[in-house]
Design a protein around this ligand. Structure first.
Ligand SMILES: NC(=O)C1=CN([C@@H]2O[C@H](COP(=O)(O)OP(=O)(O)OC[C@H]3O[C@@H](n4cnc5c(N)ncnc54)[C@H](O)[C@@H]3O)[C@@H](O)[C@H]2O)C=CC1
Ligand SMILES: O=C(O)/C=C/C=C(\O)C(=O)O
Length: 481
């Protein structure tokens, strides 16, 4: 059976303790590879490789760093089909999604930061009349840790690694133990692109063992993490007393605010996508749908009609719109929320049942699920489900919908559907979210700041924000005569 090995100092290697985890294919529930279960000693080895590589990499010219990153981007593009197939097999997502979203975005992440680093500049402040000049050096931090989740595996793994190495850091990175395959394949691509050994080190294993060892390592000075809010809280508790720089991209419970004056057909099509893309396993999915009461009934029936038409099935088939959920544990978590919704008085308008797909009976398939709820404070409307489940509620005024939209502990994204520019401005300012989309969803320009407020995280990724995170600002003050 294939082994997913660590990638340390430019070479693949087994974990020190020779212990392995099972890697499941969610589409058929079968174990299809073994994952290195690494611990402290593996992380220490990865750190040593990264530490040795740092003096050379941090002094490598911007042009050379950029050239290597561009080469990685090109190689990811060249390997689109094998990478997309690996991602789909590991995660359960439709192959079509991996081909058009996950892998192209992984390549764009490297291409974007290869170019961004050539434009990254620092400031100078002249103290006029005092004969003093201050300028800011933006220096790489050293060895940094990048920890990513299972929902968009290579997409989010590279979203952290690309800016980290573009800025001159060296990295110890850990993908999710649930979806490690494409991160494993990235090692070979980095070697082929000429990335010097030790610049990127990839450790596999569980969060509490390998992940915790990265966060606890006293010389890894910055941690960039994407994942669940509880895990983020735990990481912050470990890293904050060690004065590490932290970027935390956490959960969401994002509202969709649909006003009667919107472009209805466009809104309907995009709302189906923002609800169920990637089986609803994107932190940006709009899981709470609020609809102005004059169009609530018509929306309800049109939406359910469209959701019924979504084809759930074999991720490798072209007609599949929704594949399998990522794991049995996750499927059970999502199902427990569907059961809770019924206990709380919610009405299932469609879905809610596990599906058995011919030939893939042990896969983790779930119908897309639409629940009408009557109290915005019920648990299914407050807690992150992170699956193909959305709630519907009507509203009668801006004030009411804003109270409900902002009435959760999360604040990642919000989507507003309206043709009124004044309302757009008013509500965009009032929404408690790091990202507001108006008449669109998951429309990404990689230069923009990306992140959440409240329990959705700390810090911003994207563009120069990411390059600022992965560098330390040092002021140099020169007094001249
Ligand atoms: N981007 C997002 O918003 C995501 C949210 N989630 C949410 O989190 C819930 C739990 O999913 P999990 O797979 O358990 O996500 P998680 O947050 O535990 O995992 C994300 C990453 O963190 C690592 N990790 C876990 N514990 C760690 C620790 N103590 N120190 C360092 N790294 C650690 C994991 O190995 C993985 O690489 C999901 O049901 C979902 O609600 C999950 C994945 C992504
Ligand atoms: O950067 C993006 O485009 C999307 C990021 C998505 C997540 O962070 C997530 O789903 O966890």
């Amino acid at each position: 059976m294939q082994k997913i090995l660590n990638f340390i100092d430019g070479a693949y290697c087994e974990p020190e303790k020779n212990i392995w985890l099972d890697n499941y294919n969610p589409s058929n529930g079968e174990v299809y590879s073994k994952i290195a279960r690494s611990g402290k000693t593996d992380v220490a080895k990865a750190y040593e490789a990264a530490r040795s590589a740092f003096p050379i990499w941090s002094n490598t010219t911007i042009e050379d760093r950029s050239r290597i990153l561009l080469k990685i981007a090109t190689l990811i593009e060249k390997n689109l089909i094998p990478l997309a197939e690996a991602e789909s097999r590991d995660n359960g997502k439709p192959l079509s999604l991996a081909m058009t979203v996950d892998i192209p975005r992984a390549s764009s992440n490297f291409r974007f930061f290869a170019n961004a680093i050539t434009q990254f500049a620092s400031e100078a402040h002249e103290s006029i009349g005092l004969n003093t000049m201050n300028f800011t050096l933006r220096q790489p931090i050293g060895v940094v840790g990048c920890i990513s989740p299972w929902n968009l595996p290579l997409y989010l793994f590279t979203w952290k690694i690309a800016p980290a190495i573009a800025a001159g850091n060296t990295v110890v990175a850990k993908p999710s133990e649930v979806t490690p395959m494409t991160a494993y394949l990235l090692g070979e691509i980095c070697n082929e692109a000429g990335l010097p050994k030790g610049v990127l080190n990839i450790i596999h294993g569980t969060g509490p063992e390998a992940g915790q060892a990265i966060v606890e390592h006293k010389h890894i000075k910055a941690i960039s993490f994407t994942g669940g809010t509880k895990t983020g809280e735990h990481i912050a508790r470990t890293a904050a007393p060690m004065f590490k720089k932290l970027s935390l991209e956490l959960g969401g419970k994002n509202p969709n605010l649909i006003f009667a004056d919107c472009d209805y057909d466009k809104m309907l099509a995009v709302t189906v996508r923002s609800s169920f893309a990637n089986q609803g396993q994107i932190c940006l999915c709009g899981s709470r749908i609020f609809v102005e009461d004059s169009i609530y009934e018509i929306f309800k029936s049109d939406f359910v009609e469209k959701v019924k038409a979504l084809k759930v099935g074999d991720p490798f088939k072209t007609e599949t719109a929704m594949g399998a959920l990522v794991s049995k544990t996750h499927l059970e978590k999502v199902q427990s929320y569907i059961a809770l919704a019924q206990k709380e008085g919610g009405k299932i308008l469609f879905g809610g049942k596990q599906l058995k797909i011919d030939g893939l009976e042990k896969g983790y398939y779930l119908e897309p699920t639409v629940i009408e709820v009557f109290d915005d404070q019920c648990r299914v409307n407050q807690e992150e489900i992170f699956g193909p489940v959305v709630t519907l509620m009507p509203f009668s005024s801006e004030a009411e919908v804003m109270r409900m939209a902002n009435g959760v502990p999360y604040g990642l994204s919000a989507t507003l559907w309206t043709s009124d520019i004044n309302r757009t401005m008013r509500l965009s300012k009032q929404l408690e979210a790091g990202i507001v989309w108006v008449n669109t969803w998951l429309n990404r320009d990689l230069r923009t700041p990306f992140g959440g407020v409240k329990n959705s995280g700390v810090g911003r990724e994207g563009g120069f924000e990411a390059l600022r995170f992965f560098t330390e600002a040092k002021n140099v003050c020169i007094k001249y005569e």
